[in-house]
Write a protein that binds this ligand. Sequence first.
Ligand code: NAP
Length: 279
Amino acid sequence: MLQVFKNCVASSLLKTNKRLIAVQSRSMGKLDGKVAVVTASTEGIGLAIAKKLGKDGAHVVISSRKQKNVDKALQELKAENLSVSGMVCHVGNGDHRKALFEKAVSDFGGLDILVSNAAVNPYFGTLITTPEQAFDKIMEINVKAAYLLVKEAAPYMEKRGKGSIVLVSSIGGLVPFSMLGAYSISKTALLGMNKVLSSELAPNNIRVNCIAPGIIKTKFSGALWTSPEQKEIIESTNPMNRLGEPDECAGIVSFLCSEEASFITGETIVIAGGAQSRL
Ligand code: NAP
């Protein structure tokens, strides 16, 4: 009789424990306690990434060039009870970049994750007709600033013993967009940068990966699909017959930054509804 009673108690304790573990694992995010900096994160893909990292448990520092955009995005993210702070950071400005990382340390105690998302495209036309100034601007923001952000973030991650970096490239870096030659080249450069930095930083336990979105519905790509006719043409060339949404880029970034991707570095994930990119 006593044995039966003991078995019943043991089995009910086991069930309770299993339930507790299930509840705990549901409430634990895969980025719990991590500190993330996301550049160009007050709208579009960057904002969607910041939101997802926050929902997965990270403290997130958002930024962009305009204070009013930072304020608006902070309001949106705080309304979802996410742990966020933010400031102006034009990624081409060294003082801004320095202050951004210092803010991550002063607000949340360190830096574990960097998502380099800023890019510009001031010219639409052939590569050969691209004005030198426009070419320089594209390389300065899309390539050089991304490189400097990684260079400046790495020492903070080394202090933590590990880190994860995601560079936002584009499918145009794999298959150049026509009339967006300089922009496409800048995105190809990020694919190369990803390979070099991932192998250089691997011994420091810092992983570097890339995402290469297809055409995603944001202000940035708006010129390509604002008229219904253009939108139809663009959609009809995509195997999934539609444009992507910013949220569809966010989950994969969170995955790449998490322990679930602990043996993945130097990779590029295409998020493009099946658009041709490579074999
Ligand atoms: P978006 O919706 O237009 O948002 C751009 C964001 O960047 C804004 O928060 C803007 O805020 C900020 N920003 C612009 N220049 C900046 C700078 N120099 N320094 C810091 N912040 C800056 O753009 P998006 O489409 O999400 O694009 C984000 C990234 O995805 C880019 O790297 C882009 O190349 C890449 N991408 C986009 C697509 C697409 O179809 N949308 C496809 C492939 C790749 P402020 O104005 O306040 O600075």
